[in-house]
Design a protein around this ligand. Structure first.
Ligand code: APR
Length: 251
């Protein structure tokens, strides 16, 4: 049973630019809780309660405790077939781009040669004063609790875009450009609750891209998509790969 009709398969094969736009759902099968599904709470706090400048200003210890907890989960998680299929696709064709909302580091670990991490990365921290950035593990700062800049000794914060904060303009500009010129956009594992990623997907669709969504649930993007697969990305993506490239093993 073919997952995709022949015209869509041809459109994907002939695409000169293809964009993957991913959210927390692609890491769910790696054991990382999504934000709005079960397991999304920590000590009865929602992400919206802790991932804000105000929360960090009021209680940096609590915010670092939450990120230290999540960083441990990410460290102990492994990329799943969904991440690995995207990485393989990017290595096969240099016109395949990856834009992710995820901060868990699983896309880079899966071997993706390039990606735009719109919301930052949980393994990076930056100085609240001099803005110097550090890789928490590589720079020996992977301990729990408050962390301080190696240069000016000021408090470090997670290098993550918090609610109410601006996106990195450079990343955003690149993301809009990629979506505007894409012929195919895969929207995977996002509830589309956050406006910028949702609008990126809609920009691609409005510019004629074939929209394919992979999510067990429907979202407010579903009606704009040509295809919606109500399944797990770790299962659906490899099947789409095998349908497109039957002679190229994912192993
Ligand atoms: N495969 C595909 N999709 C899945 C899977 C799976 N195995 N498991 C769950 N999902 C879907 C859920 O149905 C849901 O629609 O993943 C989506 C996860 O949605 P959210 O938890 O809202 O995560 P996300 O969309 O990435 O959140 C966006 O909001 O909290 C902020 O900055 C944070 O980057 C995050 C942003």
């Amino acid at each position: 049973m073919e997952l995709l009709p022949k015209d869509s398969l041809e459109q994907i094969r002939n695409a000169r630019s293809l964009v993957f736009l991913t959210g927390a759902g692609i890491s769910h099968e790696s054991g990382i809780p999504t934000f709005r599904g079960e397991g999304g709470l920590w000590k009865n706090f929602k992400a919206e309660d802790l991932a804000t400048p105000k929360a960090f200003q009021n209680n940096p210890e609590l915010v670092w405790e939450w990120y230290d907890f999540r960083r441990e989960i990410c460290k102990n998680a492994n990329p799943n077939p969904g991440h690995l299929t995207i990485a393989k696709w990017q290595k096969k064709s240099n016109f395949v781009s990856l834009i992710t909302q995820n901060v868990d580091g699983l896309h880079p670990r899966s071997g993706s040669p390039s990606l735009l991490e719109l919301h930052g990365n949980i393994f990076r921290a930056r100085c609240t004063k001099c803005s110097e950035k550090f890789h928490l593990v590589d720079d020996g700062l992977d301990h729990s609790g408050l962390k301080y800049c190696k240069y000016c000794e000021s408090l470090l914060r997670p290098d993550i875009v918090w609610f109410g904060e601006e996106y990195d303009q450079n990343l955003l500009t690149k993301s809009w450009e990629l979506c505007k010129q894409s012929q195919v956009v895969f929207v995977i594992g996002t509830s589309a609750n956050v406006s910028v990623p949702a609008n990126l997907a809609l920009t691609a669709i409005r510019n004629g891209a074939l929209g394919i969504e992979i999510n067990p649930e429907e979202t407010n993007l579903t009606l704009s998509m040509k295809h919606h697969f109500g399944g797990k990305s770790g299962e659906v993506l490899p099947k789409i790969w095998n349908e497109l490239f039957p002679n190229e093993s994912l192993e």
